[in-house]
Write a protein that binds this ligand. Structure first.
Ligand code: R5P
Length: 322
């Protein structure tokens, strides 16, 4: 599928350690091999990156979600970028399917940092020329970069799944588990032509939240529910929403979550919840011991490969956002 038009030199893909499987799948879709690189840690914890081939003048894509361990994965990406820049790569695109620290995107109280902006500054300072990401926690994070950012939507993959597997199995309603996801869920609901309800969630501390109300909850009884969100971390937001929705008489509840961070006891919370199935994308690599039994993983590899092909060959990418 790779278009052979080289505005910035031949294409070269590298994957660091955060999600090598996704790197391999993207490379497979594009029909190009992954470049040989070594990313290792010294005994004192310092990261070392080395690649064994020339990158001079090439159009380089580094695939690295900045998921757990977040700081190590960010350092790998920064150091890899530095090495590529010093080796005269023609253009460097950071492919960051999951952008960590995105939830620290504003100064929500005095003395708080805006770490998402700091990470954006670090990437640019290291030499990244452009960024390709998916479902940034807040779309405005694109503006934290003064370089081009292409922002893919998980709803495109979830709506395809809905149309192929769920659509004809009953009546559905899409539910946003908080105010922050309303526009994402509205896009999905409009795409697949189903109604929408909204959970009013209050966060009492970084890892604890509670449901205070469900706007449009009167439409939930007897329906199948699709909860959509960008991230599942501790699972609190999702599982609390599922409990409240079940109490309103939902027939079944599916969750479609782009980034499966699955921290703390998320696995057991999800397994013991009212959720029929947790559908996630493979932006984040999930170790087997953190996978809930009712988890299904859908791949973003083909979608990212198409986007990389557009960027590489200078074709419009906007069609992929719809
Ligand atoms: C918050 O605004 C996000 O969209 C997610 O709802 C949140 O990050 C999920 O976190 P947790 O799973 O820990 O409740």
């Amino acid at each position: 599928m790779l278009s052979r038009k080289y505005g910035h030199g031949e294409i070269k893909l590298f994957a660091c350690n955060a999600n090598p499987q996704l790197g391999k799948s993207i490379a497979h879709h594009l029909g190009v091999p992954l470049g040989n690189s070594t990313v290792k840690q010294f005994s004192d914890g310092e990261t070392y990156v080395m690649f064994e081939e020339t990158v001079r003048g090439l159009d380089v894509f580094i695939i690295q979600p900045t998921s757990y361990p977040v700081n190590d994965n960010i350092m790998e990406l920064l150091i890899m970028t530095d090495a590529l820049r010093r080796a005269s790569a023609g253009r460097i695109t950071a492919v960051i399917p999951y952008f960590g620290y995105a939830r620290q995107d504003r100064k929500d109280r005095s003395h708080a940092p805006i770490t998402a902006k700091l990470v954006a500054n670090l990437l640019t300072a290291a030499g990244v020329d452009r960024v390709l990401s998916m479902d940034l926690h807040a779309p405005q994070i694109q503006g934290f970069f003064d370089i081009p950012v292409d922002h893919l939507r998980g709803t495109n993959i979830f709506s395809k799944y809905y149309n192929e597997h769920l659509k004809n199995t009953g009546e559905f309603i899409a539910v946003s588990p908080d105010m922050g996801s309303v526009s994402r869920v509205r896009t999905f609901a409009e795409k697949v032509n189903i109604p929408l309800a909204i959970v009013d969630k209050r966060r009492t501390s970084p890892d604890v939240s509670e449901v205070t109300n469900i706007i449009g909850g009167g439409d939930i009884a007897g329906k199948n529910v699709i909860l959509l969100d960008d991230i599942i971390a501790t699972g609190g937001s999702l599982v609390n929403a599922a409990t409240a929705i079940k109490a309103l008489g939902a027939k079944s509840i599916y969750a479609c979550i782009t980034h499966a961070v699955l921290s703390k006891d998320a696995k057991s919370k999800v397994e013991n919840s009212a959720l029929e199935k947790l559908l996630v994308l493979d932006c984040v690599n999930i170790p087997p011991e953190r996978c809930p039994a009712n988890l299904e993983v859908l791949s973003v590899a083909g979608y990212f490969a198409e986007a990389i092909n557009c960027i590489h060959s200078g074709k419009a990418i906007s069609a992929l956002f719809d």
